[in-house]
Design a protein around this ligand. Structure first.
Ligand SMILES: [Zn+2]
Length: 417
C-alpha cells in the first residue's frame, strides 16, 4: 500500500493503531488535516523577475523618460544628503519628517510613490555605505540610469505599460514574449525602468502562486557527472539519459583562453586582455544558457512522466566525494547554477524535488546494494555481476534513495497525526 493511501479518520486527531504505533500521513492524503497542510504549503508565492524590452519610444516620450531619469537620480542624491545631515543611522520616519516637504516641493513633477521609492533606495545605499568598513570620506553618489516605481502606480494592458513619468502619465509599448503573458496577469511588485546602451528595459517582479507539487509515481536520479554534465536515470533503469554535449565545447574554449593567457603573460600581443575579457563573458553566458536548456528539458520530462527529481545535496559537492584529479574536472562546470535552475523550474511546474545524501552512491551496486568496485568508467559488482557505467549506477542509486521504500525524509512532509 502506498503511504498516501493509508486510510485515516480525519476528525479524530491523532490516529493510533491498536498496538499504539503512530501513523504517518503525507500531506496529499485525503484527510481534512492533509488538505489543511496542503493549503499551507500552496500559500507560498514565488517571485519572478520579468525583463521586458520597450519598443523605441517616440522623440517626445523619450525626452520625458530621460528627464525623469535625471530627476530621479538627483532626487536620490538629495535624499542621501538629507540622511547624511541627520547623522548617525537615521530612521525612516525621521528622514521623512526632515526632508519630505522640501523635496516634494523641489521635485513636484515626480509621482509621490516614485519619491518614496527614491527615499527607500537612498536609505539602502546610505546604510550599505555606513556598514562598509572601507568607506571613504565622501558620501555615496547614486549614478545609475534607472527609475524605481512602486507596483501600484504601474499598469499593464496587453503589450503596453503605463508609467507616471515627470509630470505626466504615459503609455509605452513594449515587447512581451508569449511565455510572459500569463505572468503579467498576476499581482506585480516593484517595477524598474532601466536604460542600457540607448535601449530601455522594464524589470517587473511578479508574485505567482507556487503550484502544489504532485504525488510522484517514481523518481529520476540526477548524478552530477564528471565526464557528462548530468546523468539521469530512474530506479528501474527505464530512463538512461546522458547530457554531455557542451563539455567538449568548453574544453576547446578553455584551450584557446589559456593560449591567449600565455600570450598576455609574455607580453607578445597588445590588447589581448580585451579579447580575454570578451571570451570569459562568452563562456559564462553560454554555460548559463546550456544550464537553462538542461534544466528545462529535465523538468518537463519529469512533469510528463509525473516523476519527482532527486539530486545529490549540493552542500557536499566539490568536497570529499571525488578524488583530486576529478575534483578539478568538477570545477569546470557551473553546477551550483544548474541545480538552482532545476529547483526553480521544478517549483514553477509543481515537480517535487528532493535532495539526497550522495555518500557512497558511486560505490554501491544499484541492483543488489553490495559494495562494488569502479574500474575506469565501469562499475562492477562482484556479488551479482552487474556491469554498468559508473555515473549511471550512481544516478540509479540516487533515484533509489529518494523512493519511499528507503524512508528518506526529504520532500515528503511527513506529519504525525
Ligand atoms: Zn550487485
Amino acid at each position: 500500500m502506498r503511504r498516501s493511501e493509508v486510510a485515516v479518520e480525519p476528525h479524530k486527531g491523532r490516529v493510533k493503531r491498536p498496538n499504539g504505533a503512530t501513523l504517518w500521513v503525507t500531506p496529499s492524503c485525503n484527510s481534512d488535516i492533509g488538505r489543511f497542510i496542503n493549503l499551507l504549503v500552496s500559500m507560498h508565492d514565488m517571485e519572478l523577475m520579468l525583463k521586458l524590452k520597450l519598443f523605441e519610444p517616440r522623440k517626445g516620450k523619450k525626452m520625458l523618460i530621460e528627464e525623469t531619469i535625471r530627476q530621479f537620480k538627483d532626487c536620490v542624491n538629495d535624499w542621501i544628503q538629507a540622511l547624511h545631515q541627520l547623522g548617525e543611522k537615521p530612521t525612516r520616519t525621521a528622514v521623512h519628517r526632515f526632508a519630505y516637504k522640501k523635496l516634494r516641493q523641489k521635485y513636484s513633477q515626480l509621482h509621490t510613490d516614485v519619491l518614496q521609492e527614491a527615499m527607500d533606495l537612498a536609505i539602502e545605499t546610505y546604510r550599505a555605505w555606513l556598514n562598509n568598513p572601507n568607506k571613504g570620506k565622501e558620501i555615496p553618489r547614486f549614478d545609475k540610469d534607472c527609475i524605481y516605481f512602486e507596483g501600484r502606480c504601474v499598469k499593464f494592458d496587453r503589450h503596453f505599460i503605463s508609467l507616471p513619468l515627470a509630470g505626466k502619465r504615459v503609455w509605452l509599448p513594449m515587447h512581451v514574449p508569449a511565455r510572459f503573458k500569463q505572468y503579467l496577469q498576476h499581482k506585480h511588485g516593484r517595477v524598474v525602468l532601466k536604460k542600457v546602451k540607448d535601449e530601455y528595459y522594464v524589470y517587473v517582479s511578479v508574485n505567482i502562486p507556487e503550484p502544489e507539487p504532485y504525488e510522484p509515481r517514481g523518481w529520476f536520479g540526477v548524478d552530477i557527472g564528471i565526464r557528462h554534465i548530468i546523468v539521469v536515470s530512474d530506479a528501474e533503469g527505464e530512463v538512461n539519459w546522458f547530457l554531455n554535449s557542451a563539455i567538449g565545447w568548453k574544453k576547446n574554449m578553455e584551450c584557446r583562453i589559456s593560449g591567449l593567457q600565455r600570450l598576455k603573460d609574455k607580453g607578445v600581443k597588445k590588447g589581448v586582455w580585451r579579447v580575454l575579457k570578451r571570451f570569459s563573458g562568452k563562456v559564462k553566458n553560454r554555460q548559463s544558457y546550456i544550464n537553462h536548456c538542461i534544466a528545462k528539458q529535465l523538468v518537463l520530462m519529469a512533469k510528463m512522466w509525473r516523476y519527482g527529481i532527486a539530486i545529490e545535496n549540493p552542500k557536499g559537492l566539490r568536497k570529499g566525494r571525488v578524488g583530486k584529479r576529478n575534483r578539478k574536472l568538477l570545477h569546470k562546470w557551473a553546477y551550483r547554477d544548474l541545480i538552482n535552475k532545476i529547483v526553480y523550474k521544478a517549483k514553477l511546474h509543481g515537480v517535487p524535488v528532493v535532495f539526497v545524501n550522495p555518500k557512497g552512491t558511486s560505490r554501491t551496486c544499484s541492483k543488489c546494494g553490495a559494495k562494488g568496485i569502479v574500474k575506469g568508467r565501469i562499475f562492477v559488482c562482484k556479488k551479482c555481476g552487474l556491469k554498468l557505467d559508473r555515473d549511471l549506477n550512481a544516478s540509479r542509486n540516487i533515484a533509489l534513495r529518494a523512493s519511499p521504500r528507503f524512508e528518506k525524509r526529504g520532500f515528503h512532509m511527513e506529519m504525525v497525526i
